[in-house]
Design a protein around this ligand. Structure first.
Ligand code: TPP
Length: 647
């Protein structure tokens, strides 16, 4: 490294060392090791705008190795982002500091995504790069044409999601993604050869990536590789051989520098070795000015681009004509009211919605089962991003991580399908979508024992409960065609909340047979049937069991026991309603029962301990679905008998 680059990199090193030391926790090793690579990237290549971090055509920089968060905070502070001050860095890891333990996405801050769970950032980067290609096709390469850089460690590359995401990126020929591999051969337990002996080059080769190797402390090599990467005809990985904790005489190259403060004594030795004569958190004026000039230059370039090319691509998912078409489809359905699987209703919705320019569909190899792809969809193919449908392959986890990236880029609305049971393969990314307030839509079909013969491995039991327990995630389970349309609309309109739409494989009888003037699903739960004036029972239900609940209610009425049925397509939205509305729904009768072909625990918050919960608290069965319902006593006779006993 030339003296100037080395000293610029040392600014990152010492801010990171000092912040971790002050916080008494954190990860100094990675920022110390990757400071040289990051300096060359930010000084000589990255397109960014510290004064308008949301500039549409910025290069995206994703820190997949999120534990090294101080690297990112140092860079944002040094280049002049308003989002991060020196005070914030001194408050690293403290309550409400933007400099959180791991990077947490903030719009317009330079922190492009939340990382920390290793490997997620790789899939986000693939989504960001894919979004760039899709939007470039729509608005032209003068307006959008940027790179996505992702910094990954040995850990990220060990994670399963990295294999899925890298493989898909290679297949699609996403040539604008540049992966920087912090190849230091150290993770927490020690040298990586304790657990892995992959040949990285062969791995990337086989995915269809280009691969370069450099000494990650050699400015010329880093520069040359990054230069080459700008023109790569495929996605490209640059393996940067680095020393973790670079500059630390006793901890450099060792796992001991990975995840704890170096300690005062060792820090003194690092200062001596790197010839850094400044106090903690002190950046000498000449270096500080040089860093700020790097930021200023980037800003000037961005400003020129912004002035010349206006990005004017708004999301019009809520246009009147769209709503008119939706309304007309509902009216048509009400004319013949035939039983229909809700996955089929969802397809009918998508048949209309597939013309929305920002909606990007997909499925993890279950397009025909999830009914996520209509005849109007156009497939996104390797090197051809003019379509609006992604075949993610059998890669559920990456699909969800990629959807986070698609959404984070700017204004695309991704939806992706798989079976509800495989939401367990999606959850780490779903959780991050919820945390980052992203409008990502999950189409989870085959949502109960109602899928039948595929048996217990495919029948969700605890999945709805576990999804409902994720904060800021709406879990919709519509009962019929009308509710499916309503829930889809709500999901599209939920700008800051991801949505699950759980759908049936089997046909369901319609329960909403009239009154479609209002989107009643929007309050989460509403009365759908009342059999008499003096009711004794409130029956709560969702999805395919709502028509069963109505049958139960009618049967009880034949014995002069009156009840109301409450359709509850979304518990989260119901929980947000006024106290009065909730009372109206829940406080009318002493006895409240719930019916849902799923784990029952979560319903107890509505039914109380004295209520009855009809559901399944064991694994499912392989058989024709009606037999399975009977096996679990989910039928009119059995439920009516139990309710009568309770009265
Ligand atoms: C999914 C996940 N599993 C485990 C961890 C805990 N963890 C944080 S860093 C790390 C080791 C990472 O090693 P590497 O990527 O080589 O980083 P380096 O040691 O170079 O900083 C682990 C296991 C995590 N953050 N995410």
């Amino acid at each position: 490294m030339s003296k100037q680059y080395r000293e610029l990199a040392n600014c990152i090193r010492f801010l990171s060392i000092d912040a971790v030391q002050k916080a008494k926790s954190g990860h100094p090793g990675m920022p110390m090791g990757m400071a040289d690579v990051a300096t060359v990237l930010f000084k000589d290549f990255l397109k960014f705008n510290p004064k308008n971090p949301n500039w549409i055509n910025r290069d995206r920089f994703v820190l997949s190795a999120g534990h090294g968060s101080m690297l990112l905070y140092s860079l944002l502070y040094l280049t002049g982002y308003k989002s991060i001050s020196l005070e914030d860095i001194k408050n690293f890891r403290q309550l409400n500091s933007i400099c959180a333990g791991h990077p947490e996405y903030h719009p317009n801050s330079g922190i492009e995504t939340t990382t920390g769970p290793l490997g997620q950032g790789i899939s986000n980067a693939v989504g960001l790069a894919l979004a760039e290609e899709i939007l470039k096709k729509k608005v032209g390469k003068k307006i959008i044409n940027h790179k996505t850089y992702v910094l990954v460690g040995d850990g990220c590359l060990m994670e399963g999601i990295s294999h899925e995401a890298l493989s898909l990126a290679g297949h699609l020929k996403l040539k604008n993604i540049i992966l920087l591999f912090d190849n230091n051969s150290i993770s927490i337990d020690g040298p990586t050869n304790l657990a892995v002996s992959d040949d990285h080059k062969k791995r990337f080769d086989s995915y269809g990536w280009n691969f370069l190797s450099v000494n990650g402390h050699n400015q010329k090599e880093i520069f040359k590789a990054l230069k080459k990467a700008q023109k790569s005809n495929k996605p490209i990985a640059i393996s940067c051989k680095t020393t973790i904790g670079y500059g630390s005489p006793n901890k450099g190259g060792k796992a001991s520098s990975h995840g704890s403060p170096l300690g005062e004594d060792e820090i003194k030795l690092v200062r001596k070795k790197l010839n850094w004569k400044h106090n903690p958190f002190e950046i000498p004026k000449n270096l500080f000015d040089t860093w700020r000039k790097i930021g200023e230059k980037a800003y000037q370039n961005a400003k020129k681009h912004e002035a010349r090319y206006k990005y004017n691509y708004s999301n019009n998912s809520t246009t009147k004509s769209f709503y008119n078409l939706i309304h007309k489809a509902k009216e048509d359905y009400l004319k013949d009211l035939k039983p229909l699987a809700t996955r089929k209703s969802s397809e009918m919705f998508l048949d209309i919605a597939s013309t929305l320019p920002n909606l990007i569909g997909g499925s993890a190899d279950l397009a025909g089962s999830n009914n996520t792809k209509t005849k109007k969809h156009k497939i996104i193919k390797p090197g051809d991003f003019s379509g609006n449908y992604i075949h993610y392959g059998v890669r559920e986890h990456a699909m969800c991580g990629i959807m986070n990236g698609l959404s984070l880029h700017s204004n695309l609305i991704p939806y992706g399908g798989t079976f509800l049971i495989f939401s367990d393969y999606c959850k780490p990314s779903m959780r991050l979508a919820a945390m980052m307030k992203q409008r990502v839509i999950y189409i989870f079909t085959h949502d109960s024992i109602g899928l039948g013969e595929d048996g217990p491995t495919h029948q969700p039991i605890e999945q709805l409960t576990s999804l409902r327990s994720i904060p800021n995630l709406n879990v919709f389970r519509p009962a019929d065609m009308i509710e499916t349309f309503e829930c889809w609309q709500l999901a599209l309109e939920s700008k800051n909340t991801p949505s699950v739409i759980a759908l049936t494989r089997q046909s369901v009888n319609p329960v909403r047979k009239k009154d479609i003037s209002k989107n009643t699903s929007s309050v989460g739960a509403y009365e759908i049937l009342r059999t008499g004036n003096n009711i004794k029972i409130t029956i709560l239900s969702s999805g395919s069991e709502t028509s069963l609940a109505c049958d139960v209610s009618h049967k009880l009425a034949t014995e002069n026991i009156y009840s109301k049925v409450v359709s509850m397509p979304c518990q989260e939205l119901f929980d947000q309603q006024s106290k009065n509305y909730k009372k109206e729904i829940l406080n009318e009768t002493d006895l409240i029962v719930s019916i849902e072909a799923s784990e029952t625990g979560y319903w107890k918050k509505y039914t109380g301990q004295n209520g009855l919960n009809f559901g399944i608290n064991n694994f499912g069965k392989s058989a024709p679905y009606k037999e399975i319902y009977n096996h679990f006593n989910l039928n009119v006779e059995s439920i009516v008998n139990k309710i009568k006993k309770k009265l």
